[in-house]
Design a binder for this molecule. Structure first.
Ligand SMILES: [Zn+2]
Length: 345
């Protein structure tokens, strides 16, 4: 039996020489030193030996076992050292390298952040994002939107004109983009138009010559006031949370019939009344209505076949409400101390 022990020990030595990685090392360990391995099996056979031989063979067995385990551990150590060396090489850093200075980085303007969020929402509902010129013809800015030259609504839209070109204005709203988009794409149509608008205002904390709107319209066969309410409720909830309630109250806009004023429950006091909502519990955030047949005609769409709704959010106002900004002039000021507060990175 002694020879058998010797034979196993030699076989282990041979097997270890061929081992090249951890996996095969583990196979060798199971084969020779495992609970059902070659050595364990041979040791079991010792119970059949006569008592006088048992003692002697036991010594040999234990000796063999120790030596085999030692041989195995030596091989294992080689792997340990090798792996540590590889790791050290991989994780090497040059501690003398100068610190890399983080470059000053700009961030998105709060208006852009809110605009991007709304664009994501509307495109997820199948709306296209349309764009139009900021320097607009008087015709597109007013006349096509049911505001003819003598209409009193023009008084509320005093803007900037080009010298010697009374027919061109800095657009006072994003609504002319509705006409341009209808003429380009026809019906059915789902579009929004975010952008800058201008008014000739005496500036103060609430008035600014440049501001942002987000305008939108849906035109199709059978579009009703109900569709309008549904879409605008989704927007209100996206802006101010799922608990937000919305109410519509009649208001005149020349380009819709009927027109409404859209209010949502104040997100600050949840409708109880506070300073932000002037104790009313409601915040006015948009105007909307069913598109006036004259406007559809100007867009080249037959009002006998199609109906639609349009809405306009004061994007600037949404941003001021969201962040609690109390002076509209800060938004166009370019003051970095102000803008850095909205850095998201
Ligand atoms: Zn309130």
């Amino acid at each position: 039996m002694k020879e058998q022990f010797q034979h196993i020990q030699e076989s282990l030595g041979e097997a270890l020489k061929k081992v090249e990685d951890r996996d095969s090392l583990e196979v060798v360990r199971t084969t020779f030193l495992g609970r059902k391995g070659a050595l364990a099996e041979l040791m079991k056979e010792m119970s059949n030996l006569p008592p006088e031989e048992k003692k002697e063979t036991g010594k040999v067995a234990n000796q063999t076992k120790r030596e085999m385990e030692k041989a195995f551990e030596e091989k294992e150590t080689i792997f340990d050292v090798q792996e540590r060396k590889e790791r050290v090489e991989q994780e090497w850093i040059d501690v003398t390298q100068p610190v890399i200075q983080k470059k000053a980085q700009g961030s998105l303007h709060p208006v852009t952040q809110v605009q991007n969020d709304l664009e994501d929402l509307f495109t997820s509902m199948g709306f296209i994002i349309a764009d139009g010129p900021e320097l607009e013809s008087d015709y597109f800015n007013f006349t096509t939107l049911n505001i003819p030259p003598t209409h009193p609504a023009r008084d509320m839209h005093d803007t900037f004109y080009l010298e010697g070109r009374g027919d061109i204005v800095m657009r006072t709203h994003t609504s002319p983009v509705q006409i341009r988009t209808m003429r380009e794409y026809g019906a059915p149509l789902r579009m929004i138009a975010p952008g800058r608008c201008f008014r000739n205002e005496a500036t103060d904390v609430r008035h600014e010559h440049t501001f942002h709107q987000l305008e939108g319209m849906v035109i199709d066969k059978g579009i009703t006031f109900g569709h309008m309410k549904g879409v605008l409720e989704i927007v209100a909830k996206r802006l101010y949370g799922p608990e937000t309630k919305m109410r519509l109250r009649p208001k005149f806009y020349p380009f819709v019939e009927p027109g409404v004023n859209g209010e949502v429950t104040c997100f600050l006091c949840k409708g109880k009344g506070c300073r932000l909502c002037k104790k009313t519990g409601w915040l006015e955030i948009f105007g909307a209505g069913m598109v006036h047949p004259n406007v559809l005609k100007e867009g080249g769409i037959n009002p006998e076949v199609y109906t639609g709704f349009a809405f306009g959010f004061g994007l600037t106002r949404l941003v001021m409400l969201k962040y609690g900004i109390d002076d509209v002039r800060l938004l166009e000021s370019g003051d970095l101390r102000f803008l850095k507060q909205f850095s998201v990175c």
